[in-house]
Design a protein around this ligand. Structure first.
Ligand code: FE2
Ligand code: FE2
Length: 199
């Protein structure tokens, strides 16, 4: 494994988690659905622990967690753009629209978050000693949280959009009710909800 590229992955993942904290803080200003608010408050707290976990991983790999590579600057820019998008929607004063923008922004951010951890997981077997243990401990706890962030977030976005269209919406979304933690589970929950919707 190329150690320079591992460093890049760890630092970009850390930058993205730091951006994630800001994204959830801003999304919480846009949310109007109470169940979604509770969910996002929990995800915000989890995301803060992802930041500290990656800072710990940095130290075991002798990486300075404050180093910002050109790739990190791009990641930061993308995160800030999502925060800006939500602020624009908030300024417009339409609460329902702002919440929809926030669900889109969260889903976009969680897509990268999820794949960062998926790829970090693939690096564990290439490491040894303290670095391997620290990354594995973090991965074992966080990977499942990232599954939830991604699949539940996607469900909320879809159902709130359907509700806004005046169409049948399942709230809380089926991914939430079934506590989905995989792509297979998400597809199954979505399919089952189609049957509910037609009745
Ligand atoms: Fe995360
Ligand atoms: Fe996440």
């Amino acid at each position: 494994m190329k150690s320079t590229q591992l460093k890049e992955l760890v630092l970009q993942s850390l930058e993205h988690e730091r951006g994630g904290v800001l994204i959830y803080q801003t999304a919480l200003k846009c949310v109007t659905n109470n169940e979604l608010r509770v969910e996002w408050e929990r995800y915000l707290e989890q995301t803060k622990t992802h930041v500290t976990a990656l800072e710990r991983v940095c130290r075991t790999l002798n990486i300075d967690p404050e180093e910002r590579t050109p790739g990190c600057k791009v990641v930061r820019h993308t995160g800030q753009a999502l925060v800006e998008a939500m602020k624009m929607a908030l300024a417009d004063g339409n609460g329902e629209a702002a919440q929809l923008v926030a669900t889109d922004c969260v889903a976009l951010a969680e897509m990268k978050d999820h794949s960062d951890w998926q790829i970090l997981g693939k690096c564990i077997s290439e490491l040894s000693g303290n670095a391997a243990t620290t990354l594995k401990e973090a991965y074992d706890r966080i990977e499942e949280e990232e599954d939830e962030h991604l699949y539940h977030g996607k469900g909320w976005g879809r159902e709130l959009w359907l509700q806004s269209l005046g169409l049948d919406a399942v709230l809380p979304p089926p991914e939430e009710v079934a506590n989905v933690k995989s792509a297979f589970g998400a597809a199954k929950a979505e399919k089952e909800s189609e049957a509910t919707r037609r009745h």
